[in-house]
Design a protein around this ligand. Structure first.
Ligand SMILES: [Cu+2]
Length: 678
């Protein structure tokens, strides 16, 4: 990502030797990176690194309460649970959707987020790594690194290497154990679940992509549903982002389906059968196999979670609010949602997050639906099965029912968006600005490639059996890099700041029937959004596909992070990991949908809108705000784009002429080719 060189000057000075703001001097980012690497190595085993072992044995979390910004309140709570032995044991599965398990993980997060020095952070992490459940530890540490200022610039290793069980299948795990026990290095080909008899198998490469899974789980760590502002800051437009990110995931899934001659996915119905079953072929590190679900089962009440009828009632209350145009808060006051903020209220209510206006009344439709779907294999708990794939953000998108659920949720949001009045000419235009030409340099071409990732953390460590090299090979979607060249005229007498929004929209359904503008706009993929200053006269705006603000590059492996951090600590080289700081974002290689070998038709839309009006930051034309702001915002800041997410395609388009009349929105037809011979 070349543009990252233009990042805020502060980032450029980050080297192995530089202290970070607000922390004790002398602790470099490289040292912090090293600590995190060691903390996450072989998480099912005891700590090995001498410094951390020392911390885990001699550190007293309650020894000096001045090291916490909350006076030690959080640490006292957690320690009292430790002393009373109330915490979930180690060597047990962990699910964030289990209330008590989540509470415990958050107790640890609460301790880490209230540390006022790195020493406090790392000592507590080491101490509790040896005392709390491994899944809870990993979750708390990841979320704390993401949200704590102390850990800024630290890169989290890809989760598929830290908890590989949640990203690969049991066949591979078994092979990994055999390789280790027989001391035979192995590189195993990992195939997607299911067989070719299953139509859904055609798009398994999407839901089972390990990079997409990392994006999904990290997004939910950046924007946790349990977040409260007392942790230190308010998360801007969290509800709206919940809508937008999942809407985009649904749109991407539908585009993959269309690329494979399948229809767009149908929504889930509480009173109809769940047509697609799912056999996850995935195993917990501790707790056995993930439960399967046969085809065409009727939804059953889940003991201790919810009845199907409760879900229908929650849905009705929400749809009623949308029809009324207002939601109600806990005091019974009405909050108008017939405006740009309405979607944020609805997102918070539907997910639901702690920002919901009324948890008691609107409940938690999305989160509860995840648990309901996860338990359909054992709804009464008769067989004591562990949670299903839908109960982990790491594994949820594997199950086709994930996309049915999210189409259902998305349609509720659409009902609200469709109630708002369509954008007028005035709301769309950018006076004096005209898009003259949109050209793509390079072909839009996708292909599958092999990717290898390390499985060493999947197997136990033993004093008697040496580790051998073990890795998995997966097929994953990629595309050739390309460049947009956009010619834009600025007929104003002054330079203007422009927001450039790029969307890729499918043109026809699986039968080749062309979508109307109003149908098609809901399936558009946001491929980029950025800011540029337009000089008076003609401007050629060049933008590379690798710079997209919806995507992230492939993360470095834990081994690379270790090598780089070690070298930086020893002073041999600088760390320079800035471009990997965020793992929230669609993998760049998945920017384009697969397309077809003979070429699949898309409409590429470029909307150039007034940057002065729709941004929160006047530096936007020279900074990239950490890369992935379009789906992931900017950590600790307001969302940089003031317009509704998805603008200008988020509202009904009853008359396409309004889009044709404005000069600042133009589109062109493109084809996406899939190369099977790569
Ligand atoms: Cu999600």
């Amino acid at each position: 990502m070349k543009v990252l060189l233009l990042l805020l000057p502060a980032l450029l000075t980050v080297t192995s030797a530089s202290p970070t703001q607000g922390d004790e001097p002398g602790v470099s980012v490289a040292k912090k990176q090293q600590d995190i690497n060691h903390l996450l190595e072989k998480i099912y085993d005891r700590l090995r690194h001498p410094e951390l072992v020392e911390a885990a044995t001699t550190f007293d979390p309650e020894g000096d309460l001045t090291m916490y910004t909350d006076g030690g309140e959080a640490v006292r709570r957690l320690m009292s649970e430790v002393h009373q032995q109330r915490l979930l044991q180690k060597h047990h599965w962990f699910s964030l959707f289990q209330e008590r398990q989540r509470e415990e993980a958050l107790m640890l997060f609460d301790v880490l987020i209230h540390c006022n020095s790195w020493r406090c952070f790392v000592n507590n992490a080491a101490y509790f790594r040896e005392r709390v459940n491994e899944g809870q530890f990993v979750y708390a540490l990841y979320v704390a690194v993401i949200h704590s200022d102390l850990a800024s610039h630290v890169v989290l290793p890809p989760l598929y290497e830290i908890t590989p069980h949640l990203f690969t299948n049991n066949e591979i795990i078994q092979k990994a154990y055999t390789a280790k026990m027989t001391q035979t290095p192995g590189r195993f080909n990992m195939s997607f679940t299911g067989s070719q008899k299953n139509r859904e198998q055609r798009i398994a490469y999407f839901g089972e992509d390990i990079g997409l899974n990392v994006h999904h789980v990290t997004w939910h760590m950046d924007f946790p549903f349990w977040w409260q502002d007392s942790y230190g800051h308010h998360i801007d437009r969290k509800g709206e982002l919940f809508f937008w990110v999942h809407h985009q995931l649904s749109a991407r899934f539908d585009n993959e389906r269309l690329s494979n001659w399948m229809n767009v996915v149908d929504e889930l119905h509480w009173e109809e059968v769940i047509s697609e079953g799912f056999a996850p072929h995935t195993i917990y590190k501790f707790g056995g196999e993930f439960p399967s679900r046969p085809d065409n089962i009727h939804f059953q009440d889940v003991v201790g979670v919810a009845n199907v009828r409760d879900m229908i009632i929650l849905e009705r209350r929400i749809r009623d609010a949308i029809a009324h145009g207002y939601v109600i808060d806990e005091e019974g006051q009405q909050i108008d949602i017939m405006n740009e903020q309405g979607i944020d209220y609805l997102g918070n209510i539907i997910e639901s997050s702690m920002y919901t206006t009324n948890l008691q009344y609107y409940g938690s439709l999305h989160n509860t639906a995840h648990i309901m779907l996860g338990r359909q294999g054992d709804p009464k708990g008769k067989y004591n099965l562990p949670p299903g794939v839908m109960e982990h953000f790491e594994t949820a998108t594997r199950d086709p029912s994930f996309f049915r659920l999210h189409k259902y949720i998305d349609n509720i949001f659409k009902e609200h968006k469709d109630n708002l009045s369509p954008y007028t000419w005035e709301e769309l235009e950018f006076p004096g600005v005209a898009v003259r030409e949109i050209e793509i340099e390079g072909e839009l071409k996708t292909y599958f490639e092999q990717f290898e990732f390390n499985l060493i953390n999947a197997v136990d460590r033993s004093n008697n059996v040496e580790d051998v090299e073990i890795s998995a090979n997966v097929n994953r979607l990629n595309h050739q890099d390309f460049t947009y060249n956009i010619i834009i005229n600025n007929d104003n007498e002054v330079d203007v700041l422009a927001t450039i929004r790029i969307f890729l929209c499918p043109r026809a359904d699986e039968n080749g029937l062309e979508f109307t503008w109003d149908e098609g706009r809901w399936h558009c993929i946001e491929t980029d959004k950025f800011w540029r200053k337009l000089s008076v006269g003609e401007n050629t705006v060049t933008r590379h596909s690798t710079d997209s603000s919806v995507t992230v590059p492939d993360p470095p492996s834990l081994e690379t992070l270790q090598r780089r951090a070690d070298a930086a600590v020893e002073g041999d080289q600088e760390l320079h990991l800035e471009e990997y700081e965020r793992s929230c974002g669609i993998p760049n290689r998945m920017l384009l949908p697969k397309g077809k070998s003979e070429g699949m038709d898309f409409l590429l839309m470029v909307a150039v809108t007034d940057g002065e009006m729709d941004t929160n930051n006047d530096q936007l034309d020279v900074t990239e705000l950490g890369g992935t702001h379009a789906h992931c915002g900017v950590r600790g800041h307001t969302f940089p784009d003031r317009r509704p997410m998805g603008y200008p395609l988020d509202r009904r388009i009853p008359d396409k002429r309004v889009f044709e009349q404005v000069t600042n929105i133009e589109s062109t037809f493109v084809k996406v080719f899939h190369n099977t011979q790569h």
